[in-house]
Design a protein around this ligand. Sequence first.
Ligand SMILES: Nc1ncnc2c1ncn2[C@@H]1O[C@H](COP(=O)(O)OP(=O)(O)OP(=O)(O)O)[C@@H](O)[C@H]1O
Length: 289
Amino acid sequence: MTDTLTAGRIMPAPLIPEEDPNAGPILRVDRVGKDYPTKSGALTVLEPTSFTMQTSELVSIVGPSGCGKSTLLHIVGGLVEPTSGSVYLDGVEVHEPSRERGMVFQAYTLFPWRTVYQNVQFGLEMRGLPRKGRERIADKFLEAVGLSDFKNHYPKQLSGGMRQRVAIARALANAPRILLMDEPFGALDAQTRAVMQDLVLDIRRRERITTLFITHDIDEAVYLSDRIFVMTARPGHIKAEIHVPFGPDRSDALRNAPEFLEIRKQVHELLYEEGKAVVDAEIASGSKK
Ligand SMILES: Nc1ncnc2c1ncn2[C@@H]1O[C@H](COP(=O)(O)OP(=O)(O)OP(=O)(O)O)[C@@H](O)[C@H]1O
C-alpha cells in the first residue's frame, strides 16, 4: 500500500488511487506483480503494485537497487509479461511493445551504422511513412533536442549526452502516448545531466508528453517530477507517493529553494530506510553462510 506525502505530511494510501473524474488516467497499472523463475524457485521481484497517471504528468520511481524498478517499467512497456495484474494505456491492455510507448534506456541504443537523421527516422520508416513526412518529423525533434546541426553525424561521433538527445528525439518522433525512461542520464556527468534534465522539462512543456522516469538520483527525481514513487527493497512495492508541487516551469535555481531541499530530504529518508534494509539483509545472509 502507498502512503501519500503531501507538503511534508504522510497521508494513508487510498486503496484505489484517486483520479480526476473528468480526465481519465492515460495509464493504469493494476495490481501488477512479477516473479522470475530461478534455480531455487520463483523469485518475487514485484509485489502487486497499482497506480495511475494523468496526461502530461511526469512521475519518477526511485528505490533501492534490485527492487524491481526496471521490471515495472518493462512491464509497462510491454517488454516483460507480468505474473499477475495488468497494464492499460488509454484503457487498452498492454501485451507487447508498441510505438505508443517510447522507451529511452541508460545504455545507448542507437544504430551505429545509421546517421543521427536516419536513427530518428527509424520507427517512421518501419511504419512506411514517405521520405518527406519522415524528414519533417525528424527535423522537428532534432531541433527540439538541439541537434539540427548534427544530423549527418554517426553515433560514435557524438558525446554521451548527445546520443541520449538522439534517443529522446527518436522516441518522440514516433508520437508516443507515454515516454518510459529507465535511468536515461545515469551514465552522464553531473553538468551534462543537469542540461538533459532541463531538456526533459522543456520537451514536456512543449509536447505535454506523459513520462514515467526511473532514477537513482533524488535531485533528478525532485527536479523533474510531479509525483515521486518510493519503492521498498525487493520484493518491491510503492511505499510512499510524494507530491512535488512546483508545476511545469522550473529552472536550475529551484534546486536551492527550501521547499526543494525539504522534499529532497523526505525522499532521502524514505530511501535510506530501504537501502539500510537491503544492506542488513545482505549482512544477515552472509553471516549464515
Ligand atoms: N530475467 C530475469 N530473471 C531472473 N531474475 C531477474 C531477471 N530480470 C531481473 N531479475 C532480478 O530481479 C530483480 C529486480 O531487477 P530490476 O532490474 O527490475 O531492479 P531495479 O530496481 O531496476 O535495479 P537497479 O536499480 O539495480 O537497476 C533483481 O534482483 C534482478 O537480478
